[in-house]
Ligand binder design. Structure first.
Ligand code: PLP
Length: 406
């Protein structure tokens, strides 16, 4: 199974551009993915030819916009293996999806002395909402350890799951290390103990096929902008009985059944959680992104990226003074590294002069950086539009960086 990378790269207009007089080498897909023409065109077509508000107009344009928006819900459901499309809630991003659960499910279900378990490798988006909830409700946040390689310590995690644990919230793929966690196994362990699970899938959906039903978790969150869609549309998936029982997160238009000054009744899911006018065009764009990915095949993407990761790991390991941070056995195509004597920000700045875009910093994972014994790392995150030649260019630029600084 090979991908026609040359053709794929032509689908992404920005990859044809130059930065600082050099062809752009975009290695920051974990922060946000570039957009294929199919997405850009779908959004432009929607604004030019089909735009109206949804769920309220009796006129044809509004009915058509509603149809397109709702059809995307079905597309997302199929893409992530959701048994029922009503389980797909459109939000702005993974952060909002997790906050929705923390506020709506959490404030009902978590009480004083209850425990929430997360892991050391979480993005701040899967830490801070639980800290805020714990503070508000008098609950306790417990943190499962990871190894020096950046793998989850499953024994420690199981040890933390006690009679008071109500929620296990963990990432499928670490944004800073690339570690892939065994979601199905962890969800099964939690289920046996009656513990609800939330999976942060922000870095998983862009890299490999995801089937929420097979994973067996209760909630799954991701952002459309990391999935080659526009910023402004993300997804919370949740099991229907859980969503049905949860109170709304935001109140307002479009989420009600009837309103009077004596009281309000709410619409069923998913509308109950989609108050106000959503980012309609971004949802349409997300649908186009999913169609585009389906046309390539997530299996093929995963296979190609894995080969690219192995190549990049080999090239980077050859560089004197470079240390890869995060060497789990199961990894997505993310490479965090430090270079002796060079601050990650300086690496980022120097690579920029070569037209190479990488991320440098704590990657919104400060507790993880502390655990790995670094203040920050440089991170190259790869995708199916990257090539071996780009990796070789990165390696050459890193050698040059080292020569300049050391
Ligand atoms: N979770 C992980 C693992 C991430 O990498 C990110 C973003 O980098 C998020 C959550 C938050 O995503 P967003 O900023 O789109 O809400």
């Amino acid at each position: 199974m090979t991908l026609n990378i040359e053709a794929i790269r032509k689908d992404f207009p920005i990859l044809q551009t130059s930065m600082r007089g050099k062809p752009l080498v975009y290695l920051d897909t974990a922060a946000s993915a570039q957009k294929p023409r199919a997405v850009i065109d779908a959004m432009s077509d929607f604004y030019r030819n089909h735009y109206a508000n949804i769920h309220r107009g009796v006129y044809r344009l509004s009915a058509e916009a509603t149809r397109r928006y709702e059809a995307t819900r079905g597309r997302v459901a199929r893409f992530i293996g959701a048994p029922d499309e009503r389980e797909v809630i459109f939000v702005r991003n993974a952060t909002e999806a997790i906050n929705l659960v923390a506020r709506s499910w959490g404030e009902e279900e978590i009480g004083p002395g209850d425990e929430i378990v997360v892991t050391t490798m979480e993005h701040h988006a899967n830490i801070v909402p639980w800290q805020m909830l714990a503070e508000k409700r008098g609950a306790i946040l417990r943190v499962a350890a990871i190894s020096d390689e950046g793998e989850l310590d499953e024994d420690d995690l199981v040890r933390l799951l006690g009679p008071k644990t109500r929620l296990l919230a963990f990432t499928e793929v670490s944004n800073a290390l690339g570690t892939i966690n065994p979601v199905a196994r962890l969800a099964a362990i939690a289920r046996e103990r009656g513990i609800t699970t939330l999976v942060d899938g922000a870095q998983a959906v862009p890299h490999h096929p995801v089937d929420v039903a097979a994973l067996g978790c209760d909630f799954y969150a991701f952002s459309g902008h990391k999935l080659f869609g526009p910023s402004g549309a993300g997804v919370l998936w949740g099991r229907l009985p859980l969503l049905d029982a949860m109170p709304p997160f935001l109140g307002g238009g479009d989420m009600i059944e009837s309103v009077s000054f004596e009281g309000t009744t709410f619409a069923p899911v998913p509308q109950k959680f989609e108050a106000g006018t959503p980012d309609i065009a971004s949802v349409i764009g997300l649908g186009a992104a999913i169609d585009y990915l389906d046309s390539i095949g997530m299996d093929r993407i995963a296979e190609y990226e894995h080969a690219l990761l192995l190549h990049a790991t080999d090239r980077l390991r050859e560089i004197p003074g470079l240390r890869i941070v995060g060497t789990a056995r199961h990894k997505a195509a993310v490479l965090s590294f430090v270079l002796d004597g060079v601050h990650p920000h300086d690496i980022g700045t120097l690579l920029d002069t070569e037209g190479i875009a990488i991320r440098a910093g704590h990657h919104c994972a400060q507790p993880l950086m502390k655990r790995m014994g670094v203040a920050a790392t440089a991170r190259a995150s790869l995708s199916f539009y990257n090539t071996r030649e780009e990796i070789d260019h990165l390696a050459a630029a890193l050698r040059k960086t080292r020569e300049i600084f050391c």
